[in-house]
Design a protein around this ligand. Structure first.
Ligand code: NAP
Length: 262
């Protein structure tokens, strides 16, 4: 339908998704490509990115797999330079890559804290800064979508993840700040706060699922009475990336089965 295509279509847009080698990032990359965007895939596991890129190209759009550790300045800069060179720019940046610490605050090591901050917060800023500069120079505006978490707004009552919670709170503050600074350039900056979704981040390999003890608690505390699935996030992502959300900036959209509404 023409009106839907005008509101939500992403044809001729160029997207970059970090953390596109597993979990939510794979779903985001596929969804953006299905809406018509070319997609740059960034993460460390090269083979996974290459296989996803082949799948995405079969949809009739371009895809560029770029293996990089985005906490490493040289690797991140080279991936960005390569994506600007190959696609001419990035219109939609999805800062999705993330890791979680597990450890009580009194025992968390400095190294654990620093690693989580480096990927979940510092890399989000550095990616946004580089892509934001390019968007400002090209003068066509753009979209930045940061993947936060419900624990950016409330404490994590399931796992002890002090660094993770702190970085997600930071991501939401950064989202607001970038939004007001770059609104004049037509760049919108928003976040999505997912609830609990089984991925490599929280699946216990011994069970092939979230550990039953934690899973039960997650379900009990989720008003909708189930965990999320990656596809639950597709609508929010495409909306925030699309022309339909042109007047939406600085906000965090929770897709959490009601977790934050208690
Ligand atoms: N699953 C949930 O319940 C949930 C809930 C709320 C928020 N989130 C957020 O959703 C995002 C995606 O998480 P997920 O659940 O999909 O977890 P996941 O399956 O573990 O995916 C994490 C992704 O981040 C990438 N990554 C990690 N460190 C990286 C680095 N240094 N450089 C480049 N890429 C790196 C990983 O790729 P490589 O290992 O190949 O580098 C992987 O693709 C995260 O920001 C997470 O905090 C998840």
């Amino acid at each position: 339908m023409k009106v839907l295509d005008e509101l939500f279509g992403l044809r001729a847009k160029r997207a970059l998704v970090t953390g596109a080698s597993s979990g939510l990032g794979v779903t985001f990359a596929r969804a953006l490509a299905s809406a018509g965007a070319d997609v740059v895939l960034v993460a460390r596991r090269k083979e996974r990115l290459e296989s996803l890129a082949r799948e995405i190209e079969a949809l009739g759009v371009r895809s560029l797999p770029l293996a990089a550790d985005i906490t490493d300045d040289a690797q991140r800069d080279s991936a960005l330079a390569e994506s600007f060179r190959a696609f001419g720019g990035v219109d939609i940046l999805v800062n999705n890559a993330g890791i979680a610490d597990l450890g009580q605050p009194e025992n968390l090591t400095a190294r654990q804290w620093e690693q989580v901050v480096a990927i979940n917060l510092t890399a989000v800023f550095k990616m946004s800064q580089a892509v934001g500069r390019d968007m400002i120079e090209r003068g066509q505006g753009g979209r930045i979508i940061n993947i936060s978490s419900v624990v950016g707004q409330v404490a994590n009552s399931i796992f002890s993840t002090p660094a993770y919670a702190a970085t997600k709170g930071g991501v939401e503050a950064l989202t607001r700040q970038l939004a007001i600074e770059w609104a004049k350039h037509g760049i919108t900056v928003n976040a999505i706060a997912p609830g609990w979704i089984p991925t490599e981040m929280n699946i216990d390999p011994r069970h092939g699922d979230v550990h039953p003890k934690y899973k039960q608690r997650m379900i009990e505390r989720t008003p909708m009475g189930r965990l999320g699935e990656p596809r639950d996030l597709i609508g929010a992502l495409i909306y925030l990336a699309s022309p339909a959300a042109g007047y939406v900036t600085g906000t965090t959209l929770a897709v959490d089965g009601g977790w934050l509404a208690w």
